[in-house]
Write a protein that binds this ligand. Structure first.
Ligand SMILES: [Zn+2]
Ligand SMILES: [Zn+2]
Length: 141
């Protein structure tokens, strides 16, 4: 079965590929992210890990390292708080986020290639983008 163990192993493999050290907080965070049914905020992750185990700054620092390594997706919300989810396959996609309950769903495609091409034609290199969609989900309407 495509178990969470497998996802955890592939996340660890990606950490190694990015030459990130496998530390206790990193392992604990990845395990939580693997098991999470929905994207979580740094505060939620911190609370679930057990307050007192690692401090919030450690959680933030490691999430940032994961994000830079492409292991975790950071989803900015309109309230300014970010949500995090595992990106085990390191596949590029976007989200639709409910403004009210923060339910988040994947939009499994990206149509921004055209815009990136335009930017490249203007002479820009290393072009990337951040795009999230916001709405009100069915159960919040
Ligand atoms: Zn909702
Ligand atoms: Zn995209």
């Amino acid at each position: 079965m495509p178990s969470s163990d497998h996802k955890f192993e592939s996340a660890i493999t990606n950490l190694k590929k990015e030459r990130l050290r496998i530390t206790e907080p990193r392992k604990a965070l990845l395990q939580l992210l693997v098991e999470a049914p929905k994207p979580l905020s740094a505060e939620e992750l911190h609370t679930t890990l057990g307050p007192g185990k690692f401090d919030l700054v450690t959680v933030y620092r490691n999430l940032e390292a994961f994000e830079n390594a492409g292991i975790v997706n950071r989803i900015p919300t309109e309230s300014g708080k970010s949500l995090y989810e595992l990106n085990a396959e390191r596949h590029h996609y976007h989200h639709i986020i409910c403004r009210k309950c923060h339910r988040t769903e994947k939009l499994d495609t990206c149509e921004v290639a055209k815009l990136e091409k335009l930017a490249s034609e203007l002479g820009y290199s290393d072009v990337t983008h951040v795009l999230e969609l916001y709405g009100v989900c069915e159960s919040c309407q």
